[in-house]
Design a protein around this ligand. Structure first.
Ligand code: UDP
Length: 237
């Protein structure tokens, strides 16, 4: 399906993508593959910013369910996103892509603090900006961080890289009759609780008219393909 061409997009990389086939942690080869996807899109002329998740290392909610105090657990989760951001930065710089990491929680020795105007300048100079630490507050997710940064950076779309090729009416890994949506509205996603991103992230994208493109990031070359308007994905708008 031909899509309107985007110039600037935000790519949300969940922690799962950095873990590769493993259950958790950072798989260097998986991160290298993600970096190759980003480089291909950047080389094709797109401006990209990334938001890294942290679920491959630590999830606040899961730890809180086992007795951790929620806010400290969430701060640990946010620190995990910084580790992933550094891993992605490292992989990108090794293949010649200029990057900057900006964290919502300032950590001066490790990366830049999040400064919107500086991030915009980086993008204009062709650098890939990697946003870490979500929105910087507990009780949020990196999906919400992705929606927020996409709005702040004037991105034309939020690309959500997953391990399936779009949004289905049931889990395609469990139900062979599941059907993929070509396009689905924000309200339908919210009303049917379709697994795209959490509700606050969906609402933020809806209210700011930022379409969400759900696609399979594990398929080599897929990000650039979808950006060209080819390949299989679901657009939420
Ligand atoms: N987190 C948070 N505030 C944010 C972003 C993330 O508290 O703005 C914490 C939260 O504990 C979450 C963890 O960081 O579980 C990792 O982020 P997330 O679960 O969104 O990562 P992903 O599922 O994308 O790998």
């Amino acid at each position: 399906m031909a899509r309107q061409p985007y110039k600037r997009i935000l790519l949300k990389l969940s922690g799962e993508a950095a873990a590769g086939d493993g259950p958790f942690g950072i798989d260097v080869h998986a991160v290298d593959r993600l970096a190759a996807e980003v480089k291909a899109a950047r080389d094709a002329g797109f401006e990209l910013c990334l938001v890294t998740g942290g679920g491959n290392i630590f999830r606040g909610l899961a730890a809180a369910a086992k007795g951790f105090e929620r806010t400290s657990a969430d701060y640990m989760g946010m620190l995990a996103t910084v580790m992933n951001a550094l891993a992605v930065q490292n992989a990108l710089e090794r293949i010649g892509v200029d990057t900057r990491v900006q964290s919502a929680i300032p950590m001066a020795s490790i990366c830049e603090p999040y400064i919107r105007r500086r991030a915009l300048r980086h993008l204009e100079k062709g650098r890939v900006v990697i946003f870490a630490a979500g929105v910087g507050s507990p009780y949020f997710s990196t999906d919400s961080g992705a929606a927020l940064r996409a709005a702040e950076m004037n991105c034309e779309a939020l690309f959500k890289g997953t391990s399936v090729d779009g949004v289905y009416n049931a889990d395609p890994k469990k139900d062979s009759t599941a059907v993929r949506y070509e396009q689905v509205s924000f309200d339908e996603v919210l009303n049917k609780d379709l697994k795209v991103m959490d509700a606050s992230a969906i609402a933020l994208c809806r209210d700011n008219r930022i379409p969400i493109v759900v696609f399979n990031i594990r398929e080599p070359g897929n990000l650039a393909r979808i950006l060209r308007g080819e390949g299989t994905s679901t657009i939420v708008k």
